[in-house]
Design a protein around this ligand. Structure first.
Ligand SMILES: [Zn+2]
Length: 284
């Protein structure tokens, strides 16, 4: 079932047990835009079937928020003009050159190019894998791009992000709605989950310059402005408390600053920023 946010915005909720992120649909008078291509052929087909039940203009564009497999492996199904930023283009190219037969997939998992979970989804949800090849994106932009779906402007921007260096957001001013993809999340490096501390405030700046009330996130579906404000506030206060690789010191600083113990989310963020410090100290 699609969720209807307004007359022109719909989304298919994320489904964590299947590693399926949120997929978006923005409809103008003439065309529709899909946000993210799905994690597989089957995911994309399920979304397209839901779209076909609506009376909306044809899907002309597909914007991919970043080059993580769960956001683009279904992209061929949409028969749309595929839009990505330059870095996403480069990263997807690597996947264009992959083979999707069992032997190759196993090799990618062994060499850490692919997670075993990703392999499983590909095996279960992409049919005719021996001939499977990803399409080439059609429009590649550097920093930002504006498209008009017919009385419905969409702004795509590559923003600074704690998740990946190639994060694109899609903002629809008319609707005060912003699709964030996974940009507001942390990431995993050398099996450590971390938030890139150096990019946190820059990212928040990049997102908050847009006047939005509805925020769609890759693995959460939808948040309102209050929920996002709480999320940013917790992240910022945790980042401030982390100035070394010691979690104990971070917790102590946090407790001094706030006169209380960190809640569950804050503990998670504190650990993630400490991990970031640990990764940085290894690099340096
Ligand atoms: Zn991601």
């Amino acid at each position: 079932m699609l969720n209807k946010l307004s007359e022109s915005i719909y989304y298919l909720s994320n489904q964590n047990d299947k590693d399926r992120p949120t997929l978006g649909l923005v409809c103008g008078d003439q065309y529709s835009l899909v946000i993210d291509g799905g994690n597989s052929v089957q995911h994309a087909k399920d979304f397209l079937q839901e779209i076909s039940r609506l009376n909306v203009p044809p899907v002309k564009y597909l914007a991919i928020t970043h080059a993580h497999w769960d956001h683009f492996l279904g992209m061929n199904e949409f028969n749309a003009t595929i839009i990505v930023n330059r870095l996403t283009h480069q990263l997807i190219n690597v996947w264009r050159n992959y083979s999707y037969d069992d032997y190759s997939l196993n090799e990618y998992v062994k060499s850490n190019k692919m997670s075993s979970h990703c392999m499983e989804i590909i095996q279960n949800e992409i049919p005719m894998r021996d001939s499977f090849k990803l399409n080439t994106p059609d429009i590649i932009f550097e920093h930002s791009l504006q498209i008009d779906l017919g009385n419905k402007i969409c702004i795509l921007e590559r923003i600074r992000s704690t998740h990946t260096d190639d994060s694109t957001i899609v903002y629809i001013p008319d609707e005060k709605t912003i699709f964030l993809g996974d940009s507001a999340y942390g990431t995993i490096t050398n099996s450590l989950f971390h938030f890139k501390q150096a990019l946190l405030l820059l990212m928040i700046q990049d997102i908050q310059k847009y006047d939005a009330d509805h925020f769609l996130l890759g693995h959460e579906s939808i948040c309102d402005l209050d929920e996002m404000d709480v999320f940013w506030r917790e992240l910022i206060s945790c980042s401030r408390a982390v100035t070394s690789t010691s979690l104990d010191c971070a917790i102590e600083t946090f407790e001094k600053d706030h006169q209380r113990t960190p809640n569950e989310n804050e503990m998670f963020f504190l650990k993630a920023f400490v991990n970031d410090q640990r990764l940085k100290s290894k690099q340096g």
